[in-house]
Write a protein that binds this ligand. Sequence first.
Ligand code: GRF
Length: 205
Amino acid sequence: MSGDMLNIAVLGSGRGSNFQAILTAIQQGRITGAEIRVVISNNSGAGILEIARNNSLPAVHLSHRQFTTEDEFVDALLSLLSAHRVNFIVLAGYMKRVHPRVVEAYRRRIINIHPALLPRFGGPGMYGIRVHEAVIASGERLSGATVHFVDEEYDHGSVVLQKTVLVAPDDTPETLAARVLEIEHEIYPEAIRRLAHQDAVVEKA
Ligand code: GRF
């Protein structure tokens, strides 16, 4: 990482609770050297855009459906990112693949959070409640959350930070998801704080 300020674009598709946790950490001064420049969603009704607007942050609905070709969509996304001087991308519940041209342009400058202990319980099709269903079905005693760099493969880039939670014998996918989400809200701001201070460490569970 360079010593520059992290000028962050947040990409998300849903309610935006991770974005809210990051924003609160910045607003409370727990993360320094980072600011949110723009929030982008493929879903015009996403809560994450609403949170951005309520905090007077640029909120942009950008979807491939607004373009004839995928290349035009990627061009528009890259232009939007440079117009906002973005040098770091945070995926927070973004349900779309990040195009390889964007990965290339922001190599090791895109992070994601996954609600399990990668490299287990990740990859195509492993998202949302399915992750927690798979963890419970496997009889695992531990789950958790992982912040990782994004590369061309789903849930594959190197780990920035992980934290574990215990799986209770009576957990349902929903109760486990709620416990993991609390951990997400701790480690996502913490990972960004460390990256902004260049003291990121790779931590394995
Ligand atoms: C989180 O569980 C995250 O791990 C996953 O999508 C969910 C996003 O939730 N990638 P939110 O929109 O941040 O509330």
